[in-house]
Design a protein around this ligand. Structure first.
Ligand code: ATP
Length: 588
Protein backbone atom coordinates (compact mmCIF):
# COMPACT_ATOMS: atom_id res chain seq x y z
CA UNK A 1 0.00 0.00 0.00
CA UNK A 2 2.71 2.46 0.91
CA UNK A 3 4.19 2.11 -2.61
CA UNK A 4 1.14 3.62 -4.30
CA UNK A 5 2.48 6.89 -5.64
CA UNK A 6 0.92 10.32 -5.50
CA UNK A 7 -0.19 11.58 -8.89
CA UNK A 8 -1.91 14.67 -10.23
CA UNK A 9 -5.28 12.94 -10.01
CA UNK A 10 -5.08 12.12 -6.33
CA UNK A 11 -2.72 14.67 -4.85
CA UNK A 12 -3.52 18.31 -5.54
CA UNK A 13 -1.82 21.01 -3.48
CA UNK A 14 -4.32 22.54 -1.08
CA UNK A 15 -5.17 26.15 -1.86
CA UNK A 16 -8.25 28.31 -1.24
CA UNK A 17 -8.04 29.40 -4.89
CA UNK A 18 -9.95 26.23 -5.77
CA UNK A 19 -12.98 27.64 -3.91
CA UNK A 20 -13.35 30.46 -6.43
CA UNK A 21 -13.07 28.29 -9.52
CA UNK A 22 -15.66 25.92 -8.06
CA UNK A 23 -17.99 28.82 -7.15
CA UNK A 24 -17.75 30.13 -10.73
CA UNK A 25 -19.08 26.79 -11.96
CA UNK A 26 -21.54 25.66 -9.32
CA UNK A 27 -22.85 29.05 -8.21
CA UNK A 28 -22.22 30.89 -11.49
CA UNK A 29 -25.35 33.07 -11.41
CA UNK A 30 -25.52 33.60 -7.69
CA UNK A 31 -24.62 37.08 -6.36
CA UNK A 32 -21.04 37.10 -5.14
CA UNK A 33 -20.57 40.76 -4.23
CA UNK A 34 -22.83 43.69 -3.39
CA UNK A 35 -21.32 47.13 -2.96
CA UNK A 36 -23.57 50.21 -3.11
CA UNK A 37 -25.23 49.89 -6.56
CA UNK A 38 -22.73 47.33 -7.87
CA UNK A 39 -23.45 43.60 -8.07
CA UNK A 40 -21.40 40.69 -9.40
CA UNK A 41 -22.11 37.00 -9.85
CA UNK A 42 -19.59 34.28 -8.98
CA UNK A 43 -18.81 33.77 -12.67
CA UNK A 44 -18.11 37.48 -13.07
CA UNK A 45 -15.96 37.52 -9.94
CA UNK A 46 -13.92 34.59 -11.24
CA UNK A 47 -13.44 36.21 -14.64
CA UNK A 48 -12.49 39.55 -13.10
CA UNK A 49 -9.90 37.77 -10.93
CA UNK A 50 -8.53 35.92 -14.00
CA UNK A 51 -8.27 39.21 -15.85
CA UNK A 52 -6.44 40.94 -13.02
CA UNK A 53 -4.11 37.98 -12.47
CA UNK A 54 -3.19 37.87 -16.17
CA UNK A 55 -2.48 41.62 -16.18
CA UNK A 56 -0.28 41.25 -13.11
CA UNK A 57 1.70 38.56 -14.94
CA UNK A 58 2.00 40.84 -17.94
CA UNK A 59 3.37 43.49 -15.57
CA UNK A 60 6.22 41.09 -14.69
CA UNK A 61 4.83 39.97 -11.37
CA UNK A 62 6.39 36.59 -10.70
CA UNK A 63 6.16 33.90 -8.07
CA UNK A 64 6.55 35.11 -4.47
CA UNK A 65 6.55 38.81 -5.39
CA UNK A 66 4.61 40.82 -2.85
CA UNK A 67 1.65 42.90 -3.98
CA UNK A 68 0.41 45.34 -1.31
CA UNK A 69 -3.01 46.91 -1.02
CA UNK A 70 -4.35 49.74 1.13
CA UNK A 71 -8.12 49.65 0.88
CA UNK A 72 -11.28 49.24 2.95
CA UNK A 73 -13.76 46.40 2.38
CA UNK A 74 -14.50 47.07 -1.29
CA UNK A 75 -14.91 44.60 -4.19
CA UNK A 76 -11.32 45.15 -5.41
CA UNK A 77 -9.96 44.19 -2.00
CA UNK A 78 -12.00 40.99 -2.11
CA UNK A 79 -10.92 40.14 -5.67
CA UNK A 80 -7.25 40.66 -4.87
CA UNK A 81 -7.43 37.86 -2.29
CA UNK A 82 -7.77 35.52 -5.27
CA UNK A 83 -6.23 37.40 -8.18
CA UNK A 84 -2.85 38.09 -6.56
CA UNK A 85 -2.12 34.45 -5.64
CA UNK A 86 -3.62 33.36 -9.00
CA UNK A 87 -0.69 35.29 -10.50
CA UNK A 88 1.66 33.35 -8.21
CA UNK A 89 2.27 36.38 -5.99
CA UNK A 90 1.75 37.07 -2.28
CA UNK A 91 -0.95 39.48 -1.09
CA UNK A 92 -0.10 41.99 1.61
CA UNK A 93 -3.27 43.76 2.80
CA UNK A 94 -2.21 46.77 4.85
CA UNK A 95 -4.17 48.08 7.82
CA UNK A 96 -5.82 51.33 6.67
CA UNK A 97 -5.55 52.77 10.18
CA UNK A 98 -1.77 52.85 10.15
CA UNK A 99 0.08 56.10 9.60
CA UNK A 100 2.36 56.96 6.68
CA UNK A 101 5.53 56.00 8.54
CA UNK A 102 4.33 52.50 9.30
CA UNK A 103 2.93 51.98 5.84
CA UNK A 104 6.33 52.97 4.45
CA UNK A 105 8.02 50.53 6.83
CA UNK A 106 5.73 47.71 5.66
CA UNK A 107 6.27 48.55 1.97
CA UNK A 108 10.02 48.49 2.52
CA UNK A 109 10.05 45.35 4.68
CA UNK A 110 7.74 43.44 2.33
CA UNK A 111 9.62 44.67 -0.77
CA UNK A 112 6.24 45.25 -2.43
CA UNK A 113 6.41 45.33 -6.22
CA UNK A 114 2.97 46.87 -6.77
CA UNK A 115 1.00 49.03 -4.35
CA UNK A 116 -2.78 49.24 -4.89
CA UNK A 117 -4.39 52.23 -3.18
CA UNK A 118 -8.07 52.96 -2.68
CA UNK A 119 -8.82 56.52 -3.82
CA UNK A 120 -9.75 57.63 -0.28
CA UNK A 121 -6.31 56.65 0.98
CA UNK A 122 -4.31 58.41 -1.74
CA UNK A 123 -3.18 61.28 0.55
CA UNK A 124 -1.99 58.81 3.19
CA UNK A 125 -0.30 56.58 0.60
CA UNK A 126 1.38 59.58 -1.02
CA UNK A 127 2.97 60.49 2.34
CA UNK A 128 4.07 56.89 2.80
CA UNK A 129 5.60 56.79 -0.68
CA UNK A 130 7.45 60.05 -0.04
CA UNK A 131 8.98 58.55 3.09
CA UNK A 132 9.89 55.44 1.13
CA UNK A 133 11.50 57.50 -1.59
CA UNK A 134 13.62 59.31 1.00
CA UNK A 135 15.04 55.95 2.05
CA UNK A 136 17.87 55.21 -0.34
CA UNK A 137 17.81 51.45 0.39
CA UNK A 138 14.15 51.00 -0.48
CA UNK A 139 12.87 50.21 -3.94
CA UNK A 140 9.68 51.92 -5.08
CA UNK A 141 6.59 49.87 -5.93
CA UNK A 142 4.48 50.55 -8.97
CA UNK A 143 1.36 52.44 -7.90
CA UNK A 144 -2.22 51.57 -8.92
CA UNK A 145 -5.20 53.60 -7.69
CA UNK A 146 -8.51 51.86 -7.04
CA UNK A 147 -11.23 54.35 -7.88
CA UNK A 148 -14.72 53.90 -6.46
CA UNK A 149 -16.40 51.30 -8.66
CA UNK A 150 -19.90 52.62 -7.90
CA UNK A 151 -19.22 56.37 -8.24
CA UNK A 152 -15.82 56.96 -9.89
CA UNK A 153 -14.08 60.08 -8.61
CA UNK A 154 -11.20 60.47 -11.07
CA UNK A 155 -8.66 60.58 -8.19
CA UNK A 156 -5.30 59.31 -9.49
CA UNK A 157 -1.71 58.89 -8.33
CA UNK A 158 0.19 58.07 -11.48
CA UNK A 159 -1.17 56.52 -14.65
CA UNK A 160 -2.64 53.21 -13.53
CA UNK A 161 -6.15 52.47 -12.31
CA UNK A 162 -7.57 49.16 -11.08
CA UNK A 163 -10.49 48.82 -13.50
CA UNK A 164 -8.13 49.45 -16.45
CA UNK A 165 -5.98 46.53 -15.31
CA UNK A 166 -9.06 44.32 -15.00
CA UNK A 167 -10.34 45.37 -18.43
CA UNK A 168 -6.94 44.74 -20.02
CA UNK A 169 -6.70 41.15 -18.72
CA UNK A 170 -7.73 37.78 -20.08
CA UNK A 171 -10.91 36.25 -18.57
CA UNK A 172 -9.76 32.78 -19.78
CA UNK A 173 -6.39 33.05 -18.01
CA UNK A 174 -5.19 29.80 -16.43
CA UNK A 175 -4.01 30.59 -12.93
CA UNK A 176 -0.41 29.80 -12.01
CA UNK A 177 -0.06 26.21 -10.85
CA UNK A 178 0.56 25.95 -7.13
CA UNK A 179 3.57 23.65 -7.17
CA UNK A 180 3.80 23.32 -3.43
CA UNK A 181 0.98 23.95 -0.97
CA UNK A 182 3.60 25.31 1.43
CA UNK A 183 4.14 28.25 -0.93
CA UNK A 184 3.21 31.61 0.58
CA UNK A 185 -0.20 33.09 -0.18
CA UNK A 186 -0.41 36.19 2.05
CA UNK A 187 1.74 38.35 4.29
CA UNK A 188 -0.09 39.99 7.22
CA UNK A 189 1.43 42.32 9.78
CA UNK A 190 0.40 41.91 13.46
CA UNK A 191 -1.41 44.65 15.36
CA UNK A 192 1.65 45.82 17.30
CA UNK A 193 -0.09 45.69 20.68
CA UNK A 194 2.91 44.34 22.53
CA UNK A 195 5.78 45.15 20.17
CA UNK A 196 6.44 46.42 16.66
CA UNK A 197 4.21 44.76 14.01
CA UNK A 198 5.68 41.52 12.64
CA UNK A 199 5.18 40.13 9.11
CA UNK A 200 3.29 36.83 9.37
CA UNK A 201 3.42 34.52 6.34
CA UNK A 202 0.57 32.11 5.52
CA UNK A 203 0.85 29.14 3.18
CA UNK A 204 -1.77 28.03 0.64
CA UNK A 205 -2.22 24.88 2.71
CA UNK A 206 -2.68 26.75 6.02
CA UNK A 207 -5.13 29.19 4.42
CA UNK A 208 -7.15 26.36 2.83
CA UNK A 209 -7.40 24.29 6.00
CA UNK A 210 -8.09 27.27 8.27
CA UNK A 211 -10.90 28.40 5.97
CA UNK A 212 -12.56 25.00 6.08
CA UNK A 213 -12.23 24.62 9.81
CA UNK A 214 -13.72 28.04 10.48
CA UNK A 215 -16.69 27.36 8.24
CA UNK A 216 -17.26 24.18 10.23
CA UNK A 217 -16.43 25.75 13.61
CA UNK A 218 -18.98 28.50 13.01
CA UNK A 219 -21.42 26.07 11.38
CA UNK A 220 -21.80 28.39 8.39
CA UNK A 221 -24.35 26.95 5.97
CA UNK A 222 -24.55 27.29 2.17
CA UNK A 223 -25.27 30.75 0.68
CA UNK A 224 -24.70 33.01 3.69
CA UNK A 225 -25.15 36.76 3.24
CA UNK A 226 -21.98 38.01 4.83
CA UNK A 227 -21.54 41.61 5.95
CA UNK A 228 -17.95 42.82 5.81
CA UNK A 229 -17.82 44.50 9.23
CA UNK A 230 -14.41 42.94 9.95
CA UNK A 231 -11.61 44.49 7.89
CA UNK A 232 -10.31 42.14 5.22
CA UNK A 233 -6.82 43.27 6.23
CA UNK A 234 -7.28 41.42 9.56
CA UNK A 235 -5.87 37.95 8.84
CA UNK A 236 -7.59 38.09 5.43
CA UNK A 237 -10.91 38.68 7.12
CA UNK A 238 -10.28 35.70 9.45
CA UNK A 239 -10.22 33.61 6.22
CA UNK A 240 -13.80 34.51 5.23
CA UNK A 241 -12.50 36.22 2.08
CA UNK A 242 -11.91 32.68 0.84
CA UNK A 243 -14.67 31.13 2.96
CA UNK A 244 -17.57 33.02 1.37
CA UNK A 245 -16.51 31.69 -2.04
CA UNK A 246 -16.39 28.18 -0.57
CA UNK A 247 -20.00 28.54 0.62
CA UNK A 248 -21.26 30.35 -2.49
CA UNK A 249 -22.34 33.24 -0.28
CA UNK A 250 -22.84 36.92 -0.95
CA UNK A 251 -20.22 39.44 0.19
CA UNK A 252 -21.87 42.67 1.33
CA UNK A 253 -19.03 45.19 1.11
CA UNK A 254 -19.16 48.44 3.08
CA UNK A 255 -16.57 51.18 3.37
CA UNK A 256 -17.15 52.11 7.01
CA UNK A 257 -18.38 50.19 10.03
CA UNK A 258 -20.71 52.90 11.25
CA UNK A 259 -23.88 51.83 13.04
CA UNK A 260 -25.98 53.34 10.24
CA UNK A 261 -24.19 51.48 7.45
CA UNK A 262 -24.26 48.18 9.33
CA UNK A 263 -27.93 48.34 10.36
CA UNK A 264 -29.01 49.47 6.89
CA UNK A 265 -27.08 46.68 5.16
CA UNK A 266 -28.45 44.09 7.57
CA UNK A 267 -32.02 45.17 6.80
CA UNK A 268 -31.62 45.71 3.05
CA UNK A 269 -29.63 42.59 2.16
CA UNK A 270 -30.95 40.29 4.90
CA UNK A 271 -27.49 39.69 6.29
CA UNK A 272 -27.06 36.33 8.00
CA UNK A 273 -23.43 36.50 9.16
CA UNK A 274 -20.82 39.03 10.20
CA UNK A 275 -17.55 39.08 12.16
CA UNK A 276 -16.22 41.82 14.39
CA UNK A 277 -14.12 42.68 17.42
CA UNK A 278 -16.12 43.25 20.62
CA UNK A 279 -15.59 47.03 20.23
CA UNK A 280 -18.10 46.94 17.34
CA UNK A 281 -20.79 45.76 19.80
CA UNK A 282 -20.54 49.18 21.42
CA UNK A 283 -21.03 50.85 18.04
CA UNK A 284 -24.17 48.75 17.43
CA UNK A 285 -25.51 49.15 20.96
CA UNK A 286 -24.92 52.87 21.22
CA UNK A 287 -26.47 53.65 17.81
CA UNK A 288 -28.80 56.65 17.77
CA UNK A 289 -32.50 55.77 17.38
CA UNK A 290 -32.62 56.97 13.74
CA UNK A 291 -29.62 54.75 12.86
CA UNK A 292 -31.12 51.57 14.28
CA UNK A 293 -33.13 48.97 12.43
CA UNK A 294 -34.91 46.05 14.05
CA UNK A 295 -33.12 42.71 13.72
CA UNK A 296 -35.96 40.56 12.47
CA UNK A 297 -34.06 37.33 11.87
CA UNK A 298 -31.04 36.41 13.98
CA UNK A 299 -27.72 37.65 12.63
CA UNK A 300 -24.83 35.35 13.46
CA UNK A 301 -21.81 37.25 14.76
CA UNK A 302 -18.37 35.70 15.20
CA UNK A 303 -16.42 37.89 17.61
CA UNK A 304 -12.82 37.84 18.75
CA UNK A 305 -9.57 39.76 18.77
CA UNK A 306 -10.08 40.93 22.36
CA UNK A 307 -11.94 39.50 25.34
CA UNK A 308 -15.69 40.14 25.03
CA UNK A 309 -16.98 40.84 28.55
CA UNK A 310 -19.91 38.57 29.50
CA UNK A 311 -22.10 41.60 30.23
CA UNK A 312 -21.53 42.97 26.71
CA UNK A 313 -22.36 39.57 25.17
CA UNK A 314 -25.61 39.52 27.08
CA UNK A 315 -26.55 43.02 25.89
CA UNK A 316 -25.80 42.44 22.19
CA UNK A 317 -27.74 39.17 22.14
CA UNK A 318 -30.81 40.93 23.53
CA UNK A 319 -30.87 43.12 20.38
CA UNK A 320 -31.23 40.01 18.20
CA UNK A 321 -27.64 39.10 17.34
CA UNK A 322 -26.46 35.58 18.05
CA UNK A 323 -22.83 35.60 19.07
CA UNK A 324 -20.18 32.91 18.73
CA UNK A 325 -16.94 33.75 20.48
CA UNK A 326 -13.55 32.87 19.03
CA UNK A 327 -9.97 33.49 20.08
CA UNK A 328 -7.02 33.77 17.80
CA UNK A 329 -3.98 35.59 16.57
CA UNK A 330 -2.54 36.74 13.29
CA UNK A 331 -0.01 33.92 13.68
CA UNK A 332 -2.85 31.34 13.83
CA UNK A 333 -4.57 32.57 10.64
CA UNK A 334 -7.23 34.23 12.79
CA UNK A 335 -9.45 32.19 15.10
CA UNK A 336 -7.78 29.18 16.70
CA UNK A 337 -10.36 28.42 19.37
CA UNK A 338 -14.14 28.67 19.17
CA UNK A 339 -16.45 28.60 22.16
CA UNK A 340 -18.60 25.79 20.81
CA UNK A 341 -22.06 25.97 22.32
CA UNK A 342 -23.49 23.02 24.24
CA UNK A 343 -27.24 22.45 24.17
CA UNK A 344 -27.32 21.78 27.90
CA UNK A 345 -26.34 25.44 28.38
CA UNK A 346 -29.64 26.56 26.77
CA UNK A 347 -31.42 26.08 30.08
CA UNK A 348 -29.13 28.45 31.98
CA UNK A 349 -29.86 32.09 32.80
CA UNK A 350 -28.63 34.67 30.29
CA UNK A 351 -26.01 35.79 32.83
CA UNK A 352 -24.63 32.27 33.18
CA UNK A 353 -24.73 31.80 29.42
CA UNK A 354 -22.78 35.06 28.98
CA UNK A 355 -20.10 33.79 31.37
CA UNK A 356 -19.73 30.50 29.52
CA UNK A 357 -19.67 32.24 26.15
CA UNK A 358 -16.97 34.63 27.31
CA UNK A 359 -14.60 31.65 27.61
CA UNK A 360 -12.38 31.21 24.57
CA UNK A 361 -13.34 27.58 23.97
CA UNK A 362 -11.92 24.61 22.16
CA UNK A 363 -9.60 24.22 19.19
CA UNK A 364 -10.75 24.59 15.59
CA UNK A 365 -10.39 21.44 13.49
CA UNK A 366 -7.12 22.42 11.80
CA UNK A 367 -5.28 22.54 15.07
CA UNK A 368 -3.67 19.25 15.97
CA UNK A 369 -3.44 20.25 19.60
CA UNK A 370 -3.86 23.08 22.05
CA UNK A 371 -2.70 23.21 25.62
CA UNK A 372 -1.93 25.48 28.53
CA UNK A 373 1.59 24.95 29.81
CA UNK A 374 3.93 26.25 32.44
CA UNK A 375 6.30 28.13 30.11
CA UNK A 376 9.34 27.27 32.23
CA UNK A 377 8.84 23.50 32.48
CA UNK A 378 6.52 23.11 29.43
CA UNK A 379 4.35 20.86 31.64
CA UNK A 380 0.57 21.01 31.14
CA UNK A 381 -1.31 22.82 33.91
CA UNK A 382 -4.12 21.11 35.82
CA UNK A 383 -7.51 21.25 34.13
CA UNK A 384 -9.13 22.92 37.11
CA UNK A 385 -10.06 26.34 35.71
CA UNK A 386 -7.59 27.91 38.12
CA UNK A 387 -4.02 26.88 37.27
CA UNK A 388 -2.62 29.42 34.85
CA UNK A 389 -0.07 28.86 32.12
CA UNK A 390 0.75 29.96 28.57
CA UNK A 391 -1.65 28.98 25.78
CA UNK A 392 0.27 26.95 23.18
CA UNK A 393 -0.95 25.76 19.79
CA UNK A 394 0.18 23.37 17.08
CA UNK A 395 -1.36 22.52 13.75
CA UNK A 396 -1.81 23.48 10.14
CA UNK A 397 -3.32 26.90 10.76
CA UNK A 398 -0.15 28.17 12.39
CA UNK A 399 1.88 30.58 10.24
CA UNK A 400 4.95 29.57 8.25
CA UNK A 401 6.92 32.11 10.29
CA UNK A 402 7.78 35.80 10.46
CA UNK A 403 9.05 37.24 7.19
CA UNK A 404 12.77 38.05 7.34
CA UNK A 405 12.86 37.52 11.12
CA UNK A 406 14.42 34.21 12.00
CA UNK A 407 15.04 35.26 15.60
CA UNK A 408 11.38 36.03 16.30
CA UNK A 409 10.29 32.87 14.42
CA UNK A 410 12.58 30.67 16.51
CA UNK A 411 11.36 32.32 19.69
CA UNK A 412 7.70 31.81 18.77
CA UNK A 413 8.15 28.07 18.12
CA UNK A 414 9.30 26.03 21.12
CA UNK A 415 9.36 22.24 21.61
CA UNK A 416 6.97 21.76 18.70
CA UNK A 417 4.51 24.39 19.92
CA UNK A 418 3.61 27.91 18.94
CA UNK A 419 3.83 30.10 22.04
CA UNK A 420 0.95 32.59 22.02
CA UNK A 421 2.14 34.85 24.84
CA UNK A 422 -1.37 34.61 26.30
CA UNK A 423 -2.07 33.34 29.79
CA UNK A 424 -5.01 31.01 30.28
CA UNK A 425 -6.59 28.19 32.23
CA UNK A 426 -8.29 24.96 31.17
CA UNK A 427 -11.67 24.23 32.74
CA UNK A 428 -12.59 20.67 33.71
CA UNK A 429 -14.84 20.49 30.59
CA UNK A 430 -11.78 21.14 28.37
CA UNK A 431 -12.72 24.74 27.49
CA UNK A 432 -9.89 27.26 27.65
CA UNK A 433 -10.26 30.67 29.16
CA UNK A 434 -7.79 33.45 28.54
CA UNK A 435 -6.84 35.30 31.66
CA UNK A 436 -4.39 37.78 30.26
CA UNK A 437 -1.48 38.45 28.04
CA UNK A 438 1.72 37.40 29.83
CA UNK A 439 2.71 41.03 30.14
CA UNK A 440 -0.64 42.09 31.59
CA UNK A 441 -0.95 39.71 34.57
CA UNK A 442 -0.99 41.60 37.89
CA UNK A 443 0.95 39.94 40.71
CA UNK A 444 -0.37 41.15 44.03
CA UNK A 445 1.11 39.68 47.22
CA UNK A 446 2.16 36.59 45.25
CA UNK A 447 -1.35 36.07 43.82
CA UNK A 448 -1.89 36.31 40.09
CA UNK A 449 -4.78 38.61 39.24
CA UNK A 450 -6.31 38.36 35.79
CA UNK A 451 -6.97 41.83 34.47
CA UNK A 452 -9.59 40.29 32.14
CA UNK A 453 -11.59 39.05 35.16
CA UNK A 454 -11.52 42.46 36.86
CA UNK A 455 -12.53 44.11 33.57
CA UNK A 456 -15.45 41.68 33.22
CA UNK A 457 -16.70 42.79 36.65
CA UNK A 458 -16.35 46.46 35.70
CA UNK A 459 -18.34 45.93 32.50
CA UNK A 460 -21.24 44.71 34.63
CA UNK A 461 -21.63 48.26 35.96
CA UNK A 462 -24.37 49.86 33.85
CA UNK A 463 -22.51 53.18 33.56
CA UNK A 464 -19.26 51.67 32.25
CA UNK A 465 -18.70 51.74 28.50
CA UNK A 466 -15.03 50.70 28.43
CA UNK A 467 -12.64 49.43 31.07
CA UNK A 468 -9.03 48.32 31.29
CA UNK A 469 -7.11 47.16 34.33
CA UNK A 470 -3.34 47.27 34.81
CA UNK A 471 -0.81 46.86 37.60
CA UNK A 472 -0.07 49.81 39.86
CA UNK A 473 2.81 49.79 42.38
CA UNK A 474 1.68 49.00 45.92
CA UNK A 475 3.92 49.41 49.00
CA UNK A 476 2.60 46.25 50.67
CA UNK A 477 1.47 43.95 47.87
CA UNK A 478 4.05 44.84 45.22
CA UNK A 479 1.36 45.42 42.62
CA UNK A 480 -2.34 46.08 42.85
CA UNK A 481 -5.04 46.52 40.19
CA UNK A 482 -5.71 49.99 38.87
CA UNK A 483 -8.80 50.48 36.69
CA UNK A 484 -9.16 52.95 33.86
CA UNK A 485 -12.80 53.47 33.03
CA UNK A 486 -14.79 55.51 30.57
CA UNK A 487 -18.42 56.18 31.34
CA UNK A 488 -21.54 56.65 29.26
CA UNK A 489 -22.08 60.33 28.62
CA UNK A 490 -25.17 60.46 30.80
CA UNK A 491 -23.34 58.85 33.74
CA UNK A 492 -20.44 61.32 33.83
CA UNK A 493 -20.77 63.30 37.03
CA UNK A 494 -23.08 60.82 38.71
CA UNK A 495 -20.75 57.86 39.30
CA UNK A 496 -17.61 58.20 41.39
CA UNK A 497 -14.65 56.05 42.33
CA UNK A 498 -16.22 54.81 45.53
CA UNK A 499 -19.30 53.61 43.60
CA UNK A 500 -17.18 51.63 41.19
CA UNK A 501 -15.06 50.10 43.97
CA UNK A 502 -18.23 49.15 45.87
CA UNK A 503 -19.57 47.49 42.71
CA UNK A 504 -16.32 45.53 42.30
CA UNK A 505 -16.41 44.39 45.95
CA UNK A 506 -19.79 42.78 45.25
CA UNK A 507 -18.46 40.99 42.17
CA UNK A 508 -14.84 40.10 42.95
CA UNK A 509 -12.65 38.60 45.63
CA UNK A 510 -11.31 41.37 47.88
CA UNK A 511 -7.69 41.13 46.67
CA UNK A 512 -8.82 41.61 43.05
CA UNK A 513 -10.72 44.85 43.67
CA UNK A 514 -8.99 47.84 42.03
CA UNK A 515 -7.28 50.06 44.56
CA UNK A 516 -7.72 52.97 42.23
CA UNK A 517 -10.24 53.89 39.56
CA UNK A 518 -9.25 56.56 37.08
CA UNK A 519 -12.06 57.97 34.92
CA UNK A 520 -10.93 58.86 31.41
CA UNK A 521 -12.67 60.19 28.34
CA UNK A 522 -11.11 57.53 26.15
CA UNK A 523 -8.71 54.63 26.38
CA UNK A 524 -5.59 54.51 24.18
CA UNK A 525 -5.92 51.95 21.39
CA UNK A 526 -3.89 50.33 18.66
CA UNK A 527 -4.69 50.57 14.99
CA UNK A 528 -6.83 47.46 15.37
CA UNK A 529 -8.81 48.90 18.27
CA UNK A 530 -7.01 47.00 21.05
CA UNK A 531 -6.38 48.81 24.30
CA UNK A 532 -2.73 49.78 24.71
CA UNK A 533 -2.07 48.73 28.24
CA UNK A 534 1.56 49.82 28.11
CA UNK A 535 0.37 53.43 28.10
CA UNK A 536 -1.98 52.81 31.01
CA UNK A 537 0.77 51.00 32.91
CA UNK A 538 3.11 53.97 32.44
CA UNK A 539 0.49 56.28 33.92
CA UNK A 540 -0.42 53.86 36.72
CA UNK A 541 3.22 53.78 37.76
CA UNK A 542 2.89 57.44 38.73
CA UNK A 543 0.01 56.66 41.11
CA UNK A 544 1.22 56.07 44.63
CA UNK A 545 -0.87 54.12 47.09
CA UNK A 546 0.17 55.25 50.56
CA UNK A 547 -1.52 52.59 52.66
CA UNK A 548 -4.21 49.94 52.43
CA UNK A 549 -7.48 51.34 51.11
CA UNK A 550 -5.89 54.68 50.31
CA UNK A 551 -5.79 55.06 46.59
CA UNK A 552 -4.75 58.69 46.37
CA UNK A 553 -2.52 59.22 43.40
CA UNK A 554 0.49 61.42 42.96
CA UNK A 555 -1.87 64.26 43.24
CA UNK A 556 -3.34 65.63 40.03
CA UNK A 557 -6.80 64.06 40.27
CA UNK A 558 -8.35 63.85 43.74
CA UNK A 559 -10.10 60.64 44.76
CA UNK A 560 -13.77 60.38 44.03
CA UNK A 561 -13.89 63.23 41.58
CA UNK A 562 -16.65 62.44 39.16
CA UNK A 563 -15.48 64.27 36.09
CA UNK A 564 -13.41 62.36 33.57
CA UNK A 565 -9.82 63.15 32.65
CA UNK A 566 -8.92 64.16 29.15
CA UNK A 567 -5.57 62.48 28.85
CA UNK A 568 -3.65 63.06 25.68
CA UNK A 569 -2.49 59.51 25.19
CA UNK A 570 0.76 59.29 23.34
CA UNK A 571 -0.32 58.21 19.87
CA UNK A 572 1.80 55.39 18.52
CA UNK A 573 3.46 56.12 15.22
CA UNK A 574 0.96 53.78 13.53
CA UNK A 575 -2.07 55.85 14.41
CA UNK A 576 -4.11 58.30 12.43
CA UNK A 577 -7.44 59.97 12.38
CA UNK A 578 -9.55 56.92 11.50
CA UNK A 579 -8.81 55.69 14.98
CA UNK A 580 -10.39 58.79 16.44
CA UNK A 581 -13.50 58.10 14.40
CA UNK A 582 -13.71 54.62 15.88
CA UNK A 583 -13.28 55.92 19.40
CA UNK A 584 -15.82 58.62 18.84
CA UNK A 585 -18.26 56.06 17.51
CA UNK A 586 -17.72 53.70 20.37
CA UNK A 587 -18.52 56.51 22.79
CA UNK A 588 -21.58 57.92 21.11
N1 ATP B 1 -11.36 36.12 22.09
C1 ATP B 1 -10.31 36.69 22.64
N2 ATP B 1 -10.27 36.93 23.95
C2 ATP B 1 -9.20 37.52 24.51
N3 ATP B 1 -8.13 37.96 23.84
C3 ATP B 1 -8.11 37.76 22.52
C4 ATP B 1 -9.19 37.11 21.84
N4 ATP B 1 -8.87 37.03 20.55
C5 ATP B 1 -7.65 37.59 20.41
N5 ATP B 1 -7.19 38.04 21.59
C6 ATP B 1 -5.91 38.73 21.84
O1 ATP B 1 -5.42 39.25 20.61
C7 ATP B 1 -4.10 38.72 20.37
C8 ATP B 1 -3.84 38.58 18.89
O2 ATP B 1 -3.90 39.83 18.26
P1 ATP B 1 -3.16 40.18 16.89
O3 ATP B 1 -2.70 38.96 16.22
O4 ATP B 1 -4.07 41.10 16.18
O5 ATP B 1 -1.91 41.02 17.22
P2 ATP B 1 -1.38 41.53 18.57
O6 ATP B 1 -0.96 40.31 19.35
O7 ATP B 1 -2.43 42.40 19.20
O8 ATP B 1 -0.14 42.40 18.16
P3 ATP B 1 1.42 42.14 18.47
O9 ATP B 1 1.66 40.65 18.34
O10 ATP B 1 2.10 42.92 17.39
O11 ATP B 1 1.61 42.66 19.86
C9 ATP B 1 -4.08 37.41 21.11
O12 ATP B 1 -2.76 37.01 21.40
C10 ATP B 1 -4.89 37.74 22.37
O13 ATP B 1 -4.09 38.40 23.33
Amino acid sequence: MDRLPKCQANYVPLTPLTFLKRASMVYSNRTSIIYAGVRFTWLQTYERCCRLASTLRAMNIVKNNVVSVLAPNIPAMYEMHFAVPMAGAVLNAINTRLDAKNIATILKHSEAKIFFIDYQYVPLARDALRLLMANSEASMPLVVVIDDIDSPTGVRLGALEYEQLVARGNPRYSPEEIADEWDPITLNYTSGTTSEPKGVVYSHRGAYLSTLSLILGWEMKIAPVYLWSLPMFHCNGWTFTWGIAARGGTNVCIRNTTAKEMYESIELHKVTHMCCAPIVFNILLEAKPHERRPITTPVEILTGGAPPPAALLERIEKVGFHVVHAYGLTEATGPALVCEWQTKWDKLSSEEQGKLKARQGISVLTLADVDVKDPKTMKSVNRDGKSMGEIVLRGSSIMKGYFKDEGATNKAFRDGWFMTGDVGVVHPDGYLEIKDRSKDVIISGGENISSVEVEAALYKHPAVIEAAVVAMPHPKWGESPCAFVSLRNEAVGTVNEADVIKHCRKNLAHFMVPKKVEFVDELPKTSTGKIQKFQLRALAKTFVVQKENDSSSSGKRPRGKTTTSQINWEKPSYYHQNQEQIMALSRL
